[in-house]
Design a protein around this ligand. Structure first.
Ligand SMILES: *[C@@H]1O[C@H](CO)[C@@H](O)[C@H](O)[C@H]1NC(C)=O
Ligand SMILES: *[C@@H]1O[C@H](CO)[C@@H](O)[C@H](O)[C@H]1NC(C)=O
Ligand SMILES: *[C@@H]1O[C@H](CO)[C@@H](O)[C@H](O)[C@H]1NC(C)=O
Ligand SMILES: [Cu+2]
Length: 320
């Protein structure tokens, strides 16, 4: 029936639109600061849509259509800061990887009026996907915030911090990967004497053809994942707390815990993982936004009422 297929098409579209997000809040000193207080308001602050053109200046801070200024937060080198995810839902709902870059405003330039252009960005943190030859896992998936450490070796001064989530669910074609980006302004105090690098520019750091950006994560399942961008500085990534979820033990199971810390999440996943497992049975039902079909998918295909299973692409169907 025609009206039914229209409904299905609308549902699929709604699913794509709804599962988007932004990073509007900086977490400083353990405090969730206000929305767009220290983070430059991005073009997608209302529609939540991603950047897909890595050659556009929006790949830098996504502020071409906004004034792009905010207040500057003071943070000490060696301390932990973070970004909160706000969207629909308010989590890194899509499978993908995370990078955090920083860039120092030129001496004498107020970071609030600096655009971050040039070969100035170095990476301080990342959460790669993990492929072991059998499965590919996304330790950043469903996080509601991402924390990282400002390297203690970082010289004092004013910096932009750029966070990105590269969503890979549609990344099998060029420009299919979705970049969710924000930049915060910080004044780093108590700094060290390190020399950050390697330095890259945005746009420039990515061509869109990187194996970690142009990738079909569903079929055939990739046997490795190469994180886009340069190595984390300082070498060894002291800026990186342990990834929030163990990639080897997590079972794709329970509906996500909506909040709290990663430790709590990991624990609750473990304690409840007997109910369903990825090895799975086609029994059970899938919650809203969960996967319910697609090539190579073996889990449950029935959605919890009142949701229905809708095809997003040959590799991925979703309960909406
Ligand atoms: C991030 O840091 C905040 C503030 O210190 C903390 O409340 C939160 O649990 C941390 N989140 C994660 C995922 O580690
Ligand atoms: C920050 O606020 C968001 C809601 O805007 C909430 O989801 C998150 O848990 C809060 N994080 C912290 C560390 O308070
Ligand atoms: C993330 O949440 C979705 C939707 O509820 C769920 O299907 C998926 O299994 C979760 N992923 C992880 C790694 O917990
Ligand atoms: Cu989305």
């Amino acid at each position: 029936m025609k009206s039914l297929s229209v409904l299905v098409a609308v549902a699929a579209l709604a699913a794509k639109v709804s599962a988007h997000y932004t990073w509007p809040q900086l977490i400083v000193g353990g405090v969730n600061t206000s929305t767009w207080e220290f983070v430059r308001q991005t073009n997608n602050w209302q529609d939540l849509n991603p950047v897909t053109d890595v050659t556009s200046t929006d790949i830098r801070c996504f502020t071409s259509g906004e004034s792009g200024t905010s207040s500057t937060a003071t943070v000490a080198a060696g301390t932990t800061v973070g970004f909160t995810v706000v969207g629909n839902p308010s989590s890194l709902y899509h499978p993908g990887s995370v990078n955090v870059y920083m860039a120092k405003a030129p001496t004498g330039t107020d970071v609030a009026s600096w655009d971050g252009s040039g070969n100035v960005w170095f990476k301080v943190f990342q959460i790669p996907a993990v492929a072991d030859g059998v499965t590919i896992e996304f330790p950043s998936e469903n996080l509601t915030e991402v924390n990282f450490t400002i390297p203690s070796q970082l010289p004092s001064g004013q910096y932009l911090i750029r966070i990105e989530h590269i969503a890979l669910h549609l990344a099998e074609s060029f420009a299919g990967a979705q970049f969710y980006i924000s930049c915060a302004q910080v004044q780093v105090t108590n700094g060290g004497t390190g020399t950050p690098g390697p330095l890259v520019a945005f746009p420039g750091a990515y061509t869109g053809n990187e194996p970690g950006i142009l990738i079909n994560i569903y079929f055939p399942i990739p046997t490795s994942y190469i994180q886009p961008g340069p190595a984390v500085w300082p070498a060894g990534g002291s800026g990186a707390p342990a990834p929030p979820v163990s990639s080897s033990t997590i079972v794709k199971t329970t509906p996500p815990v909506t909040s709290t810390t990663s430790t709590a999440k990991a624990t609750s996943t473990k304690t409840t993982s007997t109910t369903t497992s990825s090895g799975a049975t086609s029994t059970g039902t899938v919650a809203e936004f969960g996967q319910c079909g697609g090539m190579n998918y073996v889990g449950p295909t029935t959605c919890q009422s009142p949701f229905t299973c809708s095809v997003l692409n040959p590799f991925y169907s979703q309960c909406v």
